[in-house]
Design a protein around this ligand. Structure first.
Ligand code: C2E
Ligand code: CA
Ligand code: CA
Length: 422
């Protein structure tokens, strides 16, 4: 019916020449409502949202639910584009008025995208409004955006990137770089974090911040993630066979990988094929991923522990994910990595210094080892040493480098490495 109404509205606009707007509405964090309060409350919330939107628009306008937590509004006979923005703002305001759900007052917010006819033609209206909504969402939600040509260009660039990424695996364009993790009591390299790089034919080395989100969204992350695991395990074994000192290799796991049922099988397969001991592999999982759904995360970690007891787990980017300390106690992990953003301010920034010192103390009380990330200066290192931090990683010790260069670092990794000039 929505499609039909849209076709008719566009036909009328084409005859009269009067602009119309399509507003795409997507609720923010609706999944959390379902997860926290249950689906009945989620349904009640959707009905309330629908009522509030309908109350705001004119009798002749159309409001539809497209599915899930997505709604669309067709606004006809606009005198100017700003009319559509005003409707979006009003709807926004009405939604923020808390809804009473199971005794709790829940404020609702939405991300909205607006596309206008004639700028967006009949066939493009919905797509363009969706693209604009996506942008509003990316900018933190609770707001609206008009569709622009530049969004189109960005969407096209993204599609190109995705197409290139699909070929990258078979064309062997991925490589792993390794960054040293240093034991602060001995000064020796005890670990290597594997960091993914993409050698793009035209663009050169592309950093993971740019393409990992696309891999995640397109689900390519599963096959690439398996490649990373396999490649890291083979490399760990190769270093051992070259007679280099034993080393823990850390691999980053993405949200999608972590959510897979056969994760343990993938890891076991990589270890077996690469010929690496469980004890030498560590998985890095971000704190925010663990805290997104703590119960499921705990179950997944429990399974990993049963099936692959020797594999280490560390919590990555710690301090950014709002862990409840109680939850931390329950997790079967060995190490936490203090996020770069705290180390950056150490020792000058009093808050960063206090948080860093507190995290080290807390971790030790829970018998966890602590790694500081992003250590760039001697002052940061001195602070971390003084507070008993166990390990550190960062440009001060070495940037991520290809495996051959890392082997050279390792070779010079004998006793007394602590006093080596850097
Ligand atoms: P991360 O796991 O927090 O990795 C550390 C990042 O900090 C790396 O960026 C590294 O180059 C950078 N870094 C290390 N030392 C310093 C320092 O002293 N100063 C500064 N400013 N930065 C430092 P990179 O390699 O660009 O990776 C970015 C993120 O991409 C990683 O963050 C990780 O979340 C993700 N990533 C990288 N490789 C993989 C992978 O194989 N799989 C998955 N799922 N994610 C990966
Ligand atoms: Ca990491
Ligand atoms: Ca990190």
């Amino acid at each position: 019916m929505f499609q039909d109404r849209l076709q008719q509205a566009v036909a009328r606009a084409e005859r009269s020449g009067v602009p119309l707007a399509l507003v795409f509405v997507d609720l923010d964090r609706f999944k959390a409502v379902n997860d926290t309060f249950g689906h009945d409350c989620g349904d009640a919330l959707l009905r309330e949202v629908a009522r509030r939107i309908r109350d705001r628009v004119r009798e002749s306008d159309t409001v539809a639910r497209l599915g899930g937590d997505e709604f669309a509004l067709i606004l006809e006979n606009l005198s100017e584009a700003e009319d559509a923005a005003r409707v979006a703002q009003d709807v926004q305001r009405r939604l923020l008025e808390p809804v009473l759900l199971a005794g709790d007052q829940i404020p609702v917010s939405a991300s909205m995208g607006i596309a206008l006819w004639p700028a967006s033609g009949r066939e493009r209206l919905l797509k363009d409004a969706d693209a604009a909504m996506y942008r509003a969402k990316r900018q933190g939600g609770n707001g609206h955006r008009f569709y622009t040509e530049e969004m189109n260009a960005q969407a096209t660039a993204r599609l190109t990137l995705e197409r290139d990424l699909r070929r990258a695996l078979q064309d062997e364009q991925f490589v792993l770089y390794y960054q040293p993790q240093v034991d602060l009591s001995t000064g020796r390299i005890v670990g290597a974090e594997a960091l993914l790089r993409w050698r793009h034919v035209e663009r050169g080395l592309v950093s993971p911040g740019e393409f990992i989100p696309i891999l995640e969204e397109s689900r390519l992350i599963n096959s690439v993630g398996r490649w990373v695991l396999g490649s890291a395990c083979r490399q760990g074994r190769a270093w051992r066979e070259a007679g280099l000192p034993p080393l823990r290799v850390s691999v980053n796991l993405s949200a999608r990988q972590f959510g897979r049922r056969d994760l343990a099988d993938d890891i076991a397969g990589a270890l077996a094929e690469g010929g690496m001991e469980q004890e030498n592999l560590e998985l890095e999982i971000t704190e925010s991923l663990l805290m997104e759904d703590p119960e499921t995360a705990l179950a997944t970690l429990g399974r990993l522990r049963t099936e692959l007891g020797g594999v280490g787990i560390s919590i990555d980017d710690f301090g950014t994910g709002y862990s409840s300390l109680y939850r931390l106690k329950a997790l079967p992990v060995q190490r936490i990595k203090i996020d770069r953003s705290f180390i950056r301010g150490v020792p000058e920034d009093r808050e960063d210094a206090a948080i860093t010192a507190a995290v080290i103390g807390l971790a030790h009380d829970l018998s966890l080892r602590v790694v500081a990330e992003g250590v760039e200066t001697a002052e940061q290192l001195a602070f971390l040493r003084a507070h008993g931090c166990d390990e550190a990683q960062g440009f001060f010790f070495g940037r991520p480098v290809p495996a051959e260069e890392f082997a050279a670092l390792l070779a010079g990794n004998g006793p007394g490495a602590k006093d080596r000039p850097r």
